[in-house]
Design a protein around this ligand. Structure first.
Ligand SMILES: [Zn+2]
Length: 193
């Protein structure tokens, strides 16, 4: 995520965010790329909050969406069960089957390698992707709108990868950062493009 933010904002931009988030020790000193659970959710949340503080709700949202997308493209695409989405046998499946397989695979990766517990439910026209412990809004409860746009960007790029190039509407309908019990993302089954 830090690398993705750097790619999106430039090094100076990210350094300013890390300073604002009271995380100057991370400047030029990103954690090693292993699966050790050593990066505090509170720090993820502080970085997200600093994006809003420095660029405003709208500007911060745009950067967070792009960083979430870049995080998927750089880090998650070839990870575990998701890597199979590049196989020919997966590519020829109908779109709704790809989503039915791919979204729980994505949720499972987060539940397994991090403390982010995630579940997926299928409904008639949509999937409900629920984060029960969310790093993006960790420790917050008084936001007036949903704030987990890094997660939205991750899902959008993940769906693009799974589907072989489609864009989907992903809407955060509940957010722990607003005082809700979970962070909930509604994913329309029909792509927008
Ligand atoms: Zn959240």
């Amino acid at each position: 995520m830090l690398q993705a933010l750097e790619d999106v904002m430039g090094k100076n931009g990210l350094n300013a965010i890390l300073n604002l988030a009271h995380l100057p020790h991370l400047i030029d000193n990103y954690p090693t790329g292993n699966l050790a659970k050593e990066f505090d959710f509170a720090d993820v949340s502080a970085i997200n909050l600093s994006l809003e503080e420095m660029y405003g709700q709208r500007g911060g949202r745009g950067l967070a969406l792009r960083a979430g997308r870049a995080t998927f493209a750089d880090a998650l695409r070839n990870f575990g069960a998701l890597a199979g989405a590049g196989d020919l046998a997966f590519k020829v499946l109908p779109l709704h089957v790809k989503m039915r397989i791919g979204l729980p695979a994505m949720a499972k990766i987060f539940s397994q390698v991090s403390d982010q517990k995630t579940t997926v439910e299928e409904h008639q026209d949509e999937f409900i992707y629920t984060i029960h412990r969310c790093p993006v809004c960790w420790g917050r409860s008084d936001a007036d709108k949903p704030v987990c746009f890094i997660a939205v960007g991750l899902l959008q790029e993940g769906l693009k990868w799974l589907s072989g190039g489609n864009e989907f509407r992903v809407n955060e309908s509940r957010c722990i950062g607003m005082g809700d019990e979970v962070c909930e993302f509604i994913i329309q089954k029909t792509p927008i493009s």
